[in-house]
Design a protein around this ligand. Sequence first.
Ligand SMILES: [Zn+2]
Length: 197
Amino acid sequence: MNSDRPKGPAPGPSRDGVSGEGVLRDNLFLDENEFVDSLRWLDEERRQQVIESMRLARNPRRLNASERQILSETVAPLLRDLAATGMRLPDIRPEAHHVSGMEGVGAWIREPDGCGSGIDIPTDLPPAERVERLAEQIQNWAADQLHDAGRKPEWPLCPQHPACNRASPEVVDGSPVWVCGEGPHVISAIGSLPKSR
Ligand SMILES: [Zn+2]
């Protein structure tokens, strides 16, 4: 059992002594049964995913060694690009907080305020496409950071065409690259953006 698991609400009176399995007082639903009951309209597989995600949110699962390897390999080029462009780096935790519904590795971006958001790396795709998929998610995270800082929520921008919308991650000739919509043209490999501020 993970000792640094988040402290959940106290178990409800109707669930004597079952620590962490009880009442979701902070949430929309009064207890887990009521919540599960509200999911009847989902198909069984999706319903189980939602239930498992709810449990993981309260008690995240540490990724195993091979999952951590995939996470660090896939995120590394994106961290390089964030750093090269003067962005704050996300605090990525090797923890699954949700079930993604696809074959993959899920991790967690923790924010300074203690909140966070999940990211997913689809492991049924080759590495280049994993980077492409994660790039889209990091773009959304970066957009939130920029928006909160009162800046244009577009990352990354093409150094030659900064007035354009954000670059798009694509796989070209088997490699993940940033593509500028002007032209369009390849800006650089993902992980090799030129230094800028
Ligand atoms: Zn361009």
